[in-house]
Design a protein around this ligand. Structure first.
Ligand SMILES: [Fe+2]
Ligand SMILES: [Fe+2]
Length: 168
């Protein structure tokens, strides 16, 4: 039997993942506005990945015979965006999500909820990848120092990101 404290924290994480999706959808729109279709594609793929994360938590709660409780989402705040600021915000956001996952894992352990502890392993690994992906693009953007040709090449590279096969 899953503790109610853990269940409530898992529900909160559904909201965090949906909020992430919403933030990335906002970034996709902003990238399109900046005339960067490749960046927009990357954020749109990220949006879909976050929806899949929310779905994993949703399915897990139900699998444990728990109750799903959905909460409201906030409008994403994206101001004076540049290609670099979008990815810096993405990295900061992923670091926030990593902290949420670690806290959730600490809670599962404190409550001796071994199943949830194991379930969260996938997200720990995923967050390492999420942060590294954002950091990789930040490094490239810093390297080109706003050079238009460089930006064009990065945009073309990001245009190539495709939806991943559903895992797990
Ligand atoms: Fe996520
Ligand atoms: Fe993420």
């Amino acid at each position: 039997m899953q503790s109610k404290t853990v269940e409530s924290a898992l529900n909160k994480q559904i909201n965090e993942e949906l909020q992430s999706a919403y933030v990335y959808l906002g970034m996709a729109a902003e990238a399109d506005r900046l005339g960067l279709p490749g960046f927009a594609n990357w954020f749109k793929m990220q949006y879909q990945e976050e929806l899949a994360h929310a779905d994993k938590f949703f399915n897990y709660i139900l699998e444990r015979d728990g109750e799903v409780k959905l909460d409201a989402l906030k409008a994403p705040e994206i101001k004076d965006a540049t290609p670099l600021s979008l990815f810096e915000s993405a990295l900061a956001h992923e670091q926030h999500i990593s902290a949420c996952i670690f806290k959730l894992k600490d809670l599962a352990r404190a409550e001796s909820d071994h199943a949830t502890d194991v379930f969260l392993e996938w997200f720990v690994t995923e967050q390492v990848e999420e942060e590294a992906n954002a950091r990789g693009v930040i490094d490239q953007l810093k390297m080109i120092e706003g050079n238009k040709n460089g930006l064009f090449l990065i945009d073309r590279e990001l245009a190539g990101r495709q939806a991943e096969e559903a895992e797990g």
